[in-house]
Design a protein around this ligand. Sequence first.
Ligand SMILES: Nc1ncnc2c1ncn2[C@@H]1O[C@H](COP(=O)(O)OP(=O)(O)OP(=O)(O)O)[C@@H](O)[C@H]1O
Length: 255
Amino acid sequence: MSEASTLEVRDLKRAVGDRAILTDISFTVRRGDILFVRGPSGVGKSLLLRALAYLDPIQDGTLLLDGKTPEELGVPQWRTQVTYVPQSRTQQKGTPSELYFQAQHFKAQRGRPRGDLPAIIAALGLEQRVLNQPWVELSGGQAQRVALAICLALKPGFLLLDEPTSALDHEAAIRVERLLRESKAACIWVTHEDAQVGRIGGRALQLPLGTEIAVDHLVSTESPQLGPDEDSNVFNNETAKTAQREGLIEVAVQQ
Ligand SMILES: Nc1ncnc2c1ncn2[C@@H]1O[C@H](COP(=O)(O)OP(=O)(O)OP(=O)(O)O)[C@@H](O)[C@H]1O
């Protein structure tokens, strides 16, 4: 299918057993938007993201990509465009390169544009060799960034980010923020950090009520100064190498 431009959530309800966690959650996100998801620990932020990726069943409500439900679109197609990046270390066996390579065989991923994975890895401040190290040998912060890099390289229209900088130091977090801002994807982004929201701006969905608030676009004075070479937009840097890696994954780190 062509790349979707709008993700719409109508009256979503998510329960665990007979306990309703989220009720009447409605919002719309368009390509390029950033929507932060805020709320206290345990309120249901991760459950919301998993529901949006159709990884868990929803108890009521409707999810629509350009007016089509996951069933109408096909779940693999849905997850190709709405990709969940989990909070914790992936349980994948093997190496990130193997995962990225295997993903080329998913039907829903064939023929789609790709980002330049090595360029993304570099922009995240990682050495290329992490791509060939077993996942279990990566630190939490390395694994978190590599998983994000793979998801970014797959160019989904909608990224579901579950605390994507939780294991990172400040400089690494700033690099992640910059890449995500440069990416054309919409970001639905769980964070507990007010400063992060202030640096990036956008909108915020406050749980449990699901009310939306505008976020003042504050410029952080803490951002590390990066050299001009590091400041290039990797998403405009498609290289011949990328063609060799064409293909890829349904949900890179789906568990
Ligand atoms: N698989 C599960 N089985 C039972 N209860 C669950 C399951 N997953 C989540 N929950 C419960 O649902 C609620 C919401 O969990 P969720 O992980 O979405 O919270 P959260 O807002 O992301 O929290 P945090 O900010 O701490 O990551 C919690 O009370 C949690 O215990």
